[in-house]
Design a protein around this ligand. Structure first.
Ligand code: PLP
Length: 635
């Protein structure tokens, strides 16, 4: 736990420790001497995030902003391949590694294009789970050695497209998710006269831990049971097409924190693979799906927001497990595929937003004494407030709750007036405030006090929408690293939760990563007058952009992609302006031209009724149109 230091003694090192940036940053992020968060894709190169923000503001690009760093994508692909190559070489494995990127994890054109072009050197392919994703993969994948893995449900058109891809020389493999996928594949293959490349997704026998583990185990939705796998083999034999079966697929789930789950699934899959070869299938590929986790909290543990292994260990464990089984069964080593999505793209995007306002938790003063006739519970509450010490924290907490409830009931019954109820509330919150301060001095914190920080924290209003930009933090309680991106050489003198712009009580960040756990509030700085305060949410490149929704009609933020050069300069490679108010209205089926027309008539009627002048109509329409064409976020 970080030691509290007074302002002058606080250093950048303390901020590094407090926010854990060196634990979760994977070497891509750090803090400069000046106290800015910097991006560090190369040794000795530091790009200051606040300076990037200033440069973008000068160009007219406002907050909130999704900042993408293209180099990080390349680095992640390169490092995965290097780790697999190292394991293959060290262990003397005879197969090769062929990674594929699952498009669903971040479908943006820039991501897919960059991965397809940079990945070609490593024969890094793509994975598609729908017709739009298949079209994308067929369009952008140019390397004939790379795989195009087709997961998900398939219809005639999906299969026809995939078969044409095979005809054009692509390694396009249909993975059977369900037994009856085979009928359609065989039928279309006969009609088009193109031999398919077929894979089978197996169900693993034990589900993995964690939120996403539901995609594994016998109750998982996808995949074939061992019996269904054997039936598939029999049909292919009968059709004289067993040579089309080339891949076994096994996906344990996403964000697999415990390496044991990965090893267990790899072992089971290896046995099934070996059995299929013995049945006479040609095989050649083992695909371990996704699951390579991201260490969001930097604890390097099997906590759900972390992983208890390195990428090197992940690769070595898979290769070692497959190799041991294949050697034992005297079967050639297959090429290994993984479909790592999260770990490929998570680091590459940072959500940046400014703080618009802070509601400080500072309860108003309480009187020293109360008139004799004051309601008894209020007097008792004041007594608890005055006698609170480290020794009786729990007792005062219990008393405060008890007397507060009594006052509320008395108010409902008409025995306490509004002024006295307000006084009781004030005393209550002063007690909570003091308990929150004293709590730090307790050796052991009672469970009932563990959340007190959350209710006594300041509220920082952020210019963003959780639902649009961080949907998993709302939907599945995922935590991301969150921290101010500047002033990190200053003591963060406040603790706060961060609320967003939506009118929804779920629109907030109130769980922050701590090592092995979460904390209910974040250390932040008091706002300086006339100075913006910027907060970054890191590691948001995976799943967040496409799962985001239009709650309260807050649209896409501005997006800027940069590429950092080894000489320490950077170039803006792509800018995408965020949604305008008109854009989001049209997404929910409004015709904005009609709307403006309806409103114009309304304004004209207001002139007829003598409520506004023609000149005022002009001004009103100007504001209407400005808002319609402007950003959904606040200026
Ligand atoms: N492959 C399949 C079949 C998946 O369902 C998923 C996601 O759950 C992935 C790959 C990507 O997983 P991850 O993002 O954990 O790498």
């Amino acid at each position: 736990m970080i030691k509290k230091k007074i302002l002058e003694q606080w250093t950048v090192k303390d901020s590094e420790e407090l926010y854990g940036i060196n634990n979760w940053g994977a070497g891509y992020f750090g803090i400069s001497k000046k106290g800015d968060v910097v991006i560090t894709p190369f040794p000795d190169v530091e790009i200051s995030i606040p300076e990037v923000i200033d440069g973008l503001k000068d160009r007219g690009l406002d907050m909130p902003l999704l900042l993408r760093v293209e180099n990080i994508l390349d680095n992640q692909i390169e490092s995965l391949h290097k780790s697999f190559r190292k394991a293959i070489k060290n262990l003397g494995y005879n197969g090769e590694f062929r990674g594929v990127y699952p498009i669903k994890v971040n479908q943006q054109q820039q991501v897919v294009e960059e991965i397809a072009s940079f990945g070609a050197e490593y024969h890094h392919g793509l994975e598609a789970g729908s017709k739009p994703e298949l079209l994308t993969a067929m369009t952008y994948l140019n390397d004939p050695e790379s795989c195009l893995i087709c997961n998900g449900y398939k219809d005639k058109y999906f299969i026809d497209l995939g078969l044409y891809a095979v005809k054009m020389g692509m390694r396009c493999i249909f993975v059977m998710e369900m037994p009856n996928d085979l009928d359609l594949i065989l039928e279309r293959s006969k009609v088009l006269g193109i031999k398919p490349m077929i894979g089978i997704r197996m169900k693993t026998s034990t589900p993995a831990d964690g939120h996403w583990g539901e995609s594994s185990g016998e109750m998982g939705i996808f995949g074939l049971t061992t019996n269904q796998i054997m039936e598939t083999v029999d049909v292919l034999k009968k059709e004289n097409m067993l040579d089309c079966l080339c891949l076994l697929h096994c996906h344990v789930g996403s964000q697999i924190s415990n390496i044991r789950d990965i090893r267990a699934a790899a072992l089971e899959a290896s046995r099934i693979y070996a059995s299929l070869v013995k049945e006479g299938a040609k095989m050649g590929y083992m695909d371990f799906g996704g699951g390579l986790a991201v260490d969001y909290d930097g604890s390097h543990s099997n906590y759900s927001m972390s992983r208890n292994y390195t990428v090197d260990e992940y690769c070595a464990d898979i290769i070692e497990t497959v190799m041991a089984v294949m050697n034992e069964e005297d079967i050639p080593h297959p090429n290994v595929i993984t479909e790592s999505g999260r770990s490929t793209v998570a680091y590459y995007s940072v959500l940046l937003f400014n703080v618009l306002h802070v509601n400080r938790f500072e309860p108003a003063d309480v009187p020293d004494s109360l008139p004799e006739e004051t309601f008894e519970s209020i007097k008792n509450m004041l007594y608890a407030y005055k006698t609170l010490t480290v020794k009786n924290v729990q007792e005062c907490f219990n008393d405060a709750l008890y007397y507060r409830d009594e006052v509320r009931q008395a108010f409902i019954a008409g025995d306490v007036d509004l002024r006295d109820r307000a006084l009781a509330d004030r005393i209550f919150w002063n007690i909570m405030h003091n308990i929150a301060q004293l709590k730090e001095k307790l050796k052991k914190i009672p469970p009932s006090l563990s959340e007190i920080e959350a209710v006594t924290a300041d509220t920082y209003l952020g210019n963003f929408s959780v639902f649009q930009s961080l949907p998993d933090s709302w939907a599945i309680d995922q935590t991301f690293p969150v921290m101010p991106v500047h002033r990190l050489n200053e003591f963060p003198d406040r603790r706060g939760i961060i609320t967003d712009l939506t009118c929804d009580c779920d629109g907030k960040l109130s769980k922050f990563n701590d090592l092995f756990c979460t904390k209910p509030s974040l250390e932040l700085h008091s706002l300086n007058e006339d100075e913006p305060y910027y907060i970054g949410v890191f590691l948001v490149g995976a799943y967040q952009e496409t799962l985001g929704d239009l709650h309260n009609l807050f649209g896409d933020t501005n997006i800027v992609s940069i590429r950092i050069n080894e000489d320490g300069t950077y170039k803006i490679v792509r800018e995408v302006e965020g949604d305008s108010v008109g854009d989001v209205l049209s997404y929910v089926e409004y015709n904005t031209k009609d709307m403006a027309e309806i409103f114009r008539k309304k304004a004209e009627n207001a002139i007829d009724a003598g409520k506004i002048s023609p000149n005022e109509r002009k001004m009103i329409m100007k504001v209407y149109e400005k808002v319609l064409n402007g950003s959904t976020y606040l200026k």
